[in-house]
Design a protein. Structure first.
Length: 202
């Protein structure tokens, strides 16, 4: 399969978006997220050897084929690339990626660690940005529960924890054990102070 038929105009590789295939050079003319255009070999795009015009930097971690990298790159493209088919639901409505992650997969991996099987990158607050404080590896079931929280109460667990001054993990654990939201945010807690109920449950 030739390079020209394997890839197509509009395909996104890291910070590059393909514009057209240049027969003379055997390269793709690609546009960087910063706006600069440059001829790039397709093999360099696919391997991650070239991720931008150099405004971001080159990949040195050799993890471009890992699930962690795919999650990071997918989230990033949804936030910064208007050509991404999901941009409207993310970058288009103001969702961004924190600067430390945007410029460094290594930092993202340091903060998030290995992606457990059956999980994907999830924003705890669906209206919040991609950052260490607002992201986790979550199963589809956990993500659905988080969305239902928003639909039913109009807030996320994170927002409730901050508003009520209760540890996020405590509310999450109680809800996972089947507690009602009211009990999860009131039992054993006095005037917003952190504490335990009589059974010793978190």
């Amino acid at each position: 399969m030739t390079t020209r038929t394997k890839y197509k105009q509009g395909d996104v590789f890291n910070y590059w978006t393909l514009i057209y295939y240049d027969k003379a050079s055997g390269k793709w003319m690609a546009k960087c997220v910063c706006g600069k255009e440059k001829l790039v070999y397709s093999c360099h795009l696919a391997s991650g050897k070239s991720i931008s015009c150099s405004c971001i930097g080159k990949s040195t971690h050799k993890m471009t084929k890992t699930p962690e990298y795919r999650s990071w790159n997918g989230a990033k493209m949804r936030c910064i690339s208007p050509s991404n088919d999901r941009y409207a639901s993310y970058g288009g409505r103001g969702i961004t990626m924190c600067a430390t992650w945007l410029n460094s997969f290594e930092q993202f991996f340091k903060d998030m660690g290995n992606r457990p099987a059956g999980t994907s990158l999830d924003r705890i607050d669906n209206n919040g940005n991609y950052s260490k404080e607002n992201c986790r590896w979550a199963t589809p079931k956990e993500q659905m529960r988080n969305r239902r929280m928003h639909e039913k109460y109009g807030v996320s667990i994170t927002e409730l924890a901050e508003k009520l001054n209760i540890p996020y993990g405590r509310i999450q654990t109680r809800l996972q054990r089947g507690w009602s939201l009211e009990d999860a945010t009131t039992v054993g807690l006095v005037q917003g102070k952190k504490g335990f109920n009589k059974r010793g449950d978190l």
